[in-house]
Design a protein around this ligand. Structure first.
Ligand code: GAL
Ligand code: ZN
Length: 661
């Protein structure tokens, strides 16, 4: 399955006469694969049971004549109007009880049994039609599952499924009452039938119920995908892969769970974001989402949608500057993408996405973006062949947990505190130093990392406590933060010990009190220098740990703010606040030195360095995110990997080197 570059193609938006021109232009550009049909249900089944796959077969064959393979999307994110007319009940209902209607996309309830039957009929037929097609190499299930479901669906069907999920989890209603602490505000239930989805309430909700609801919604999406995977697997040969396009840190479904039965993960990478993050999203955020998607399956991935022009629906973002689209593509590759599919081949003239630009402009005439990406593809193709399956191998891991994220969303403590925000603080610290990072779930293998960062381990259980303790005892360097070990997995505050609970022994301290720093910050003194911390401050009592930095303001001035404890053969750090940028830099200096982790290369600000490594060879990617020419000191044992690499790095240019390790 060697495929490197692709385009998201919608032949049904264009006259048949144009297809040939498109295919020829794609071939010339170096396109190997297209993704098609993920929103084209109505074109494939305009009336119930009346299937029209001819046009799609024809497009596949025509593209194949130009050496281009196809990935097919199941179009279940856009059920056609005739389905809605027949079964309006499949339209989702939000937490206010308001139904969302046809006219956009994602107007489907993912638990609805009637909708499942429509899916079964359609996907079965689609799979049977294309299982033997030698040019169809794989499938994408639905599209960006969880997207447009800010509020998921609270319809009677979903509510019933929630009750089943709770029955399965708790067995008895008494067990649920205990787990949710329903003694509070007279919330006790005498049967599962009384339990509702957390719809709009007159006042604050039960945090335990909300956490279970978020977990249920995630499980429902996973099951919705599995329903389709099972159909395809039962019909199509295993040589046709199955993937799904993730959205980085989107939170509606656990990508660790969603990824489990996929052959590989895919991701949609839009540096321009949804137009508003002008001129584009922060560089470290782009890098982090790529690393995160790699972490979901602990292997390389595809980009199923890589930005290829201005983004935007009603409003538009900035035009990518010359070189920027290539550099962003290279960034995806540097972090482990083995194939890059560009969204979209040609910007449409119709519909919501008239201004979400593609490789080709409205006129269809190859212009600046086509020429740039064409030369990019031709330049890096040999490298792509060489590095397939070769992954980054970081020494630093950041533990990522949807449970922690959900619990912090339900009770952020400080309105400015977010789980992703704190994770990104740490990530950015490493990113600026060109120290690669893996994301892993708390089920992952900690022992692979010299240094493990575990922010906001707010929900805790004995198994995870032991896992952290074992990691440090065996020589690991672990960092735990504020709000660790506060609650059990039911989102209920633990009361048997001082914080951080059983991990106190590992970090060598107790948190006797705390302060929520809303609209103010904390001074922290590290040696002779003063820094800033934000959002929260633990008031720490040392029980064996040493203090590295102290609070220097508030009534608890002088109490520890950052600590280290030796435990077994390792070191356990504890940070009682959210470090400001400079404090983070100081902290990571300490951590990386003690853990023996070093940067790939030191570079000026805005120049990113990343690496992919196999047995004896390391491929090093240097990316200039700035508009300035940058001078670099490239070590003498790094060999140039691409033709025509210059000493200096032009604006938005990249370089790739190889070295023996
Ligand atoms: C993605 C989506 C695409 C397209 C694109 C631009 O999120 O998967 O179908 O909508 O955004 O809006
Ligand atoms: Zn529903």
């Amino acid at each position: 399955m060697a495929v490197y570059f692709g385009a998201d193609y919608y032949p049904e938006h264009w006259p048949r006469e144009r297809w040939e021109t498109d295919a020829a232009l794609m071939e010339e550009m170096g396109i190997d694969v297209v993704r098609m049909a993920e929103f084209s249900w109505e074109k494939m089944e305009p009336r119930e049971g009346e299937f029209h796959f001819e046009w799609l077969k024809e497009a596949i064959t025509l593209l194949a004549a130009h050496g281009i393979k196809t990935v097919l999307g199941t179009p279940t994110a856009a059920p056609p109007a005739w389905i809605i007319e027949k079964n309006p009940e499949i339209q989702p209902i939000d937490s206010n009880g308001i139904q969302h209607h046809f006219g956009g996309r994602h107007h489907d309830c993912q638990s609805n049994a009637v909708y499942r039957e429509h899916i079964r009929r359609f996907v079965t037929k689609m799979a049977e039609t294309f299982r033997d097609n030698p040019n169809v190499i794989g499938w994408q299930i639905d599209n960006e599952l969880g997207n447009s479901h800010g509020d998921l669906c609270f319809c009677p069907s979903c509510e019933n499924r929630f009750r089943d999920w709770l029955r399965e989890k708790y067995g008895t209603i008494d067990a649920l009452n205990k787990a949710w602490g329903t003694a509070f505000w007279s919330q006790g239930y005498s049967s599962f039938e009384q339990v509702q989805a957390p719809k709009i309430t007159a006042s604050g909700k039960n945090p335990s119920q909300m956490l279970d609801w978020k977990r249920f919604c995630s499980d429902l999406i996973v099951e919705f995908q599995q329903f389709q995977i099972d159909i395809i697997r039962s019909i199509c040969p295993p040589s046709q892969f199955i993937t799904h396009n993730f959205m980085g840190f989107a939170d509606k479904v656990s990508y660790f769970d969603l990824g489990k039965s996929l052959d590989f993960a895919s991701h949609d990478q839009y540096p321009g974001g949804y137009f508003a993050q002008a001129p584009h999203q922060p560089n470290e955020r782009l890098a982090a989402e790529l690393d995160f998607v790699r972490g979901t399956k602990e292997k390389n991935f595809w980009i199923m949608e890589q930005q290829s022009g201005i983004t935007g629906w009603e409003c538009m973002g900035r035009a990518p500057k010359p070189g920027q689209l290539s550099m962003w593509s290279m960034q995806s590759i540097a972090h482990g993408a083995d194939t890059i599919v560009y969204f979209r081949w040609r910007v449409c003239t119709v519909g919501t996405e008239q201004y979400w630009h593609g490789i080709l402009p409205h006129s269809g005439k190859p212009g600046r973006r086509y020429q740039e990406l064409k030369s990019f593809i031709h330049k890096v193709r040999p490298l792509m062949a060489e590095i397939q399956g070769v992954s980054p191998k970081p020494d630093v891991g950041i533990v990522f947990s949807y449970d922690q994220e959900y619990a912090m969303q339900i009770q952020p403590h400080n309105p400015e505190l977010t789980y992703i925000g704190q994770v990104m603080r740490y990530y950015k610290g490493f990113y600026k130093k060109n120290i690669p990072v893996d994301f892993l779930s708390d089920q992952g293998d900690f022992s692979r990392y010299k240094l493990l960062i575990a922010p906001l381990q707010y929900l805790m259980d004995p198994v995870l406590e032991k896992k952290y303790a074992d990691y440090v005892r065996a020589g690991g360097h672990l960092l735990l933060t504020m709000r660790t070990g506060v609650k059990d997995r039911n989102n209920i505050c633990m009361s048997d010990r001082e914080l951080p609970g059983a991990l106190s022994e590992v970090v060598g301290l107790e948190v006797s009190d705390y302060d929520c720093l809303w609209e103010t910050s904390l001074k922290v003194k590290w040696g002779s220098k003063e820094y800033r911390a934000e959002k929260w401050s633990d008031i720490i009592e040392l029980k064996g740990a040493s203090s590295l930095a102290e609070c220097a303001s508030e009534f608890y001035a002088g109490s520890p703010a950052v600590t280290v404890n030796s435990y077994g053969d390792g070191l356990a750090y504890y940070v009682g606040n959210e470090p400001g940028e400079e404090l983070m830099d100081r902290l990571l200096e300490e951590l990386t030195e003690k853990a023996g982790v070093s940067p790939i290369l030191e570079t000026p600000e805005g120049v990113e360095v990343m690496s992919r490594r196999k047995e004896n060879t390391e491929y090093i990617f240097v990316l200039n995110h700035t508009e300035d020419t940058q001078k670099l000191e490239i070590p003498s044992d790094w060999e140039s990997c691409l033709e025509g690499q210059e000493k200096e790095l032009k604006p938005f240019a990249f370089q790739v080197y190889v070295k023996s390790v």
